[in-house]
Design a protein around this ligand. Structure first.
Ligand SMILES: [Fe+2]
Ligand SMILES: [Fe+2]
Length: 313
């Protein structure tokens, strides 16, 4: 496989698990196409044509050496240290979960998918969900603006090792895994939510590493009520404003990878339970099915940087 084929495999798997469904993804790409067509020639020069085919602007090929891939170093966070490690270990490709380069600079562009997710799974009115996300994504864009987005990309280019990131495609996969599990197990209490998560191997390893599924708000014996896996995909957390609207929509328990302290306080204020599954373990649960698919094509996978590798095939 070459770098492009590996990236396309991740995109396809991410689309198949997208909370918007196939039609929702197609709708988004259609909006991007219309915006492109409406842009003046001068504006087109400033726009990134990637968004016409890739619905996840936080995930992309950052550098392609053109070499056939036989060995890939894969981690949750990739920095220049991991790029040098890849060179030492003879890897042709480095795969990062968290975004880099243009993907990091445009992380805010995937947040809109959370509007559909909140509307479909938590019954938050679509107009309210879109308004929360619009404000929050602008805030995230400003926060990301001063970062050194291309540091690892520049290292990849100098070492002539391909670099790609798979962020939202993998986060869609973990979201679907947890969403389907909760729909199937129908947990009665918050403790039941935690126990359901503890059956997943990545979370069992998370427990051994001291970052297993934990209750951040509420008690084990609390009734779970309407359970929503709202903090797994769509770029990053929506922040504290969300909890008032989740309470109004009748949500009892939020399940996520991580939550900021001010958001946790708001959840408690609105009597919403929070179960945090774990960050590295959740990101690994999203990455592993993609890595299984790549590995089945004969590519050696070397896990690093927080990736908990569990094979399912
Ligand atoms: Fe993630
Ligand atoms: Fe993450």
């Amino acid at each position: 496989m070459n770098t492009k084929q590996i990236f396309t495999c991740a995109l396809d798997m991410g689309k198949a698990a997208d909370p918007r469904g196939k039609a929702g993804v197609a709708r988004w790409l259609k909006i991007m196409k219309r915006n492109w067509d409406d842009a003046t020639p001068a504006r087109k020069k400033e726009l990134d044509a990637e968004r016409l085919t890739n619905p996840y602007m936080d995930s992309r090929i950052h550098f392609d050496s053109g070499k056939k891939v036989t060995k890939a170093l894969v981690g949750i966070d990739i920095g220049s240290a991991e790029m040098l490690l890849a060179d030492t270990l003879g890897a042709d490709l480095v795969i990062s979960h968290h975004p880099h380069g243009n993907g990091l600079a445009q992380l805010d562009e995937v947040m809109h998918l959370q509007a559909d997710l909140l509307h479909a799974t938590a019954d938050v009115p679509i107009n309210v969900a879109e308004a929360i996300i619009r404000t929050r994504s602008q805030e995230i864009a400003r926060k990301l603006s001063p970062l050194n987005h291309h540091q690892s990309v520049d290292t990849a280019r100098l070492l002539n090792i391909s670099l790609i990131s798979m962020h939202t495609p993998a986060d869609n996969i973990v979201w679907k895994h947890v969403h389907d599990l909760l729909a199937k197990t129908k947990p009665d209490t918050v403790g039941d939510v935690v126990d359901a998560l503890k059956k997943i191997p990545e979370y069992q390893e998370g427990l051994r590493r001291g970052e297993g599924p934990t209750i951040f708000a509420g008690e084990r014996t609390n009734r779970a009520g309407k359970v929503v896996a709202s903090e797994f995909t769509g770029g990053t957390e929506l922040g504290k404003e969300l909890y008032l609207h989740l309470a109004r929509a009748g949500v009892g328990t939020v399940v996520g990878m991580h939550v900021a302290e001010d958001a946790r306080v708001q959840a408690q204020k609105h009597h919403i339970n929070i179960v945090i599954a774990g960050h590295m373990s959740s990101d690994s649960l999203g990455m592993n099915p993609i890595l299984d698919a790549i590995e089945s094509k004969g590519i050696e996978i070397i896990p690093c940087s927080g990736l908990i590798r569990v094979k399912r095939t």
